[in-house]
Design a protein around this ligand. Structure first.
Ligand code: UDP
Length: 475
C-alpha cells in the first residue's frame, strides 16, 4: 500500500541496548507500522517468541536475519555482551538488505559505530537510538559546555552542574572517565557527525517524567526527537514479561508463589542489570547489609567480577557463612543466580522497593511499576540517573556509592554493609519520608501508563514520527 510505512530496527547485542530496541520495534508494530528487526538468528533467540506472539495477534512485525558472508560469524549473543562488541561483519549484509528492501527508515543503535556511512550511502532515512533518557543527556551536555569539574581540588569536592533546571550536585569521582579526559565529554567526532546527518532520535522516556529535560533536549540538543516510552510497557502478557531479555534462571511460578506469600510492598528487589560484575567483596557487603536490614528480598546475582587468573567465575565464597540456609529457612530472601524476570517481579504487589544500579531501562521499569528505589550506581551514565531519581523525582534513597568504574575494570573499594543496611531501612521501614516517596512513585507509575495509551504524550510522539515518514514518502 502506498500509505503503508515500513520501519527497520537494527538493535545492538547485549541487554541494556537490545531489550529496549526490540520493545521499540514492537511498539511501532502496535501502531500498525510494518516493523522488521534486523538480527542474526543467535541474537534473535531471546525475542523470537514475543515477536511470534505479536504476529499471531495480527501485528505486522518480523525478524530478518542478515545474510552473512560464508565463514563469517555473527556477533556474540550473550546478554552481557560488551559495549564494544564488534558487529561490523554485518556491514555488507545490511547494505544489501537496505538496497533490496528500501524501508522508509531504519532505527539504529548508536553502538553500531560503523553503520552511519553505509546507511547514508544507500540513501535510507536513519534514526538513532542510544537508550538514555533526557536528564542524563542534558546533564552531560552541560558538563561538556561548562566543565565545572575542572576547577576542583579533589575527587570528592561537591560541585553543581551549571544551567540545569534543578540543583544537581555531584563529585568528580562519580563522573564517567571520558568526562575527565582532555576534550571533556565530547562525543567522538564520528558519533557527533553521525547524529547531525540522521533524521533524529527515538528516546525511551516520557514527557511527564522529565518535562524540563525533554524540552531542553528537543530544543537545544537534538535535531529531532520522538519520546515514545516507557517502551517496556508494550510487554502486556505474562509470557512476554517472563521471557524478556532471555530465559529466566527461575521458573515464573516459583517466583510468583514466593512473592504471593509476602505482605504487600514488603519485598526489596535487588539487581544490577545485565552487564555488572560485582566483586566478591562487594557482594559480601550487600549480603550482610540485606540480612541486617531485616527486610525480605529477591536478589538477582549476575556475574561475579574476578580477574581472569583467579579462576572460572564460579566462586561462591562471597556469601556469608550459612547465609543461604538461613534465608531458605526463614523464607526471607530468594537468590536468583542469573537472569531474573524483572518486569514480573517489579510489578508484583508484594514488591515495595528496588535496589538498582540505575541503568536507564531499569530505572524506567522501576518508575513504570511505581516502585521507589535504593540507588546504587556504578558505571556508564548511572550516577546521573541516580541524581535524577533521588533529587528530581524524589523517589529514592542513595546507598552512598561514590566511585565511577568502567564495566570491565576492577572497581574501587566496596560500599560497606552499614550503608546498604541504612538505605534499605530508610526505604522499607515505613517512615513518613519513605511513604512520601512511595506515593510519588505510584503517581509516576500511573503517568507512565497513561503516556503510552491513546491520547498520551508518547503515543502522540510515535504517531508524529509515523506521520513524518508518511509525508517524506510523498515528497
Ligand atoms: N534485566 C532483566 N533481568 C536481569 C537483568 C536485567 O530482565 O536479571 C533487564 C532489565 O529489565 C533491563 C535490562 O535488562 O531492561 C538492563 O538494562 P539497564 O539499562 O537497566 O542496564 P544495563 O544492563 O545496560 O547496565
Amino acid at each position: 500500500m502506498a500509505d503503508e510505512v515500513e520501519m527497520f530496527f537494527f538493535p545492538f547485542v547485549g541487554g541494556g541496548h537490545q531489550i529496549p530496541m526490540i520493545d521499540v520495534a514492537r511498539l511501532f508494530a502496535s501502531h500498525g507500522v510494518k516493523s522488521t528487526i534486523v538480527a542474526a538468528p543467535n541474537n534473535a533467540l531471546s525475542f523470537q517468541r514475543s515477536v511470534t506472539r505479536d504476529r499471531d495477534s495480527g501485528r505486522p512485525i518480523s525478524i530478518h536475519p542478515p545474510r552473512l558472508a560464508p565463514g563469517s560469524e555473527p556477533p556474540d549473543s550473550d546478554m552481557s555482551a560488551a559495549p564494544f562488541t564488534d558487529t561490523s561483519m554485518l556491514r555488507e549484509p545490511l547494505k544489501l538488505l537496505l538496497i533490496a528492501r528500501r524501508p522508509d527508515c531504519i532505527v539504529v543503535d548508536t553502538f553500531h559505530r560503523w553503520s552511519a556511512d553505509v546507511i547514508d550511502a544507500v540513501g535510507v532515512t536513519r534514526i538513532l537510538f542510544n537508550g538514555n533518557g533526557c536528564f542524563s543527556r542534558c546533564a552531560q551536555e552541560l558538563m561538556r559546555i561548562h566543565k565545572p569539574h575542572e576547577m576542583l581540588e579533589s575527587e570528592y569536592e561537591p560541585f553543581e552542574i551549571p544551567g540545569m533546571p534543578d540543583r544537581i550536585v555531584m563529585t568528580r569521582s562519580q563522573l564517567p572517565h571520558f568526562h575527565k579526559q582532555p576534550g571533556g565529554g565530547q562525543p567522538p567526532g564520528r558519533m557527533r557527525n553521525s547524529e547531525e546527518r540522521s533524521l533524529g532520535v527515538v528516546v525511551n522516556s516520557f514527557l511527564d517524567l522529565e518535562p524540563a529535560y525533554v524540552e531542553y533536549f528537543k530544543k537545544e540538543m537534538a535535531k529531532k526527537a520522538w519520546v515514545v516510552g516507557p517502551v517496556s510497557l508494550c510487554n502486556r502478557n505474562v509470557e512476554d514479561k517472563a521471557e524478556r531479555g532471555q530465559q529466566a534462571a527461575i521458573d515464573k511460578r516459583s517466583c510468583s508463589s514466593w512473592l504471593n506469600a509476602k505482605e504487600p510492598k514488603s519485598v526489596l528487589y535487588v539487581s544490577f542489570g545485565s552487564l555488572a560484575r560485582l566483586t566478591p567483596k562487594q557482594l559480601l557487603e550487600i549480603a550482610h547489609g540485606l540480612e541486617a536490614s531485616g527486610c525480605s528480598f529477591i536478589w538477582a546475582v549476575g556475574k561475579v567480577f574476578e580477574p581472569l587468573e583467579n579462576g572460572d567465575g564460579g566462586r561462591e565464597d562471597w556469601l556469608p557463612s550459612g547465609f543461604e540456609e538461613r534465608l531458605k529457612e526463614s523464607r526471607r530472601g530468594l537468590i536468583i543466580r542469573g537472569w531474573a524476570p524483572q518486569l514480573l517481579i517489579l510489578e508484583h504487589p508484594s514488591v515495595g522497593g528496588y535496589m538498582t544500579h540505575c541503568g536507564w531501562n531499569s530505572t524506567l521499569e522501576g518508575v513504570s511499576a511505581g516502585v521507589p528505589m535504593v540507588t546504587f550506581p556504578r558505571s556508564a551514565e548511572q550516577f546521573f540517573n541516580e541524581k535524577f531519581v533521588t533529587d528530581v523525582l524524589r523517589i529514592g534513597v542513595q546507598v552512598g556509592s561514590m566511585e565511577w568504574t568502567s564495566w570491565n575494570t576492577e572497581p574501587g573499594p566496596p560500599v560497606g554493609r552499614e550503608k546498604v543496611e541504612a538505605a534499605v531501612r530508610k526505604l522499607m521501614d515505613g517512615g513518613e519520608e519513605a511513604a512520601e516517596m512511595r506515593r510519588r512513585a505510584g503517581d509516576l507509575g500511573e503517568k507512565a501508563k497513561r503516556a503510552v495509551e491513546e491520547g498520551g504524550s508518547s503515543y502522540g510522539d510515535a504517531e508524529a514520527l509515523i506521520q513524518e515518514l508518511k509525508s517524506r514518502k510523498k515528497a
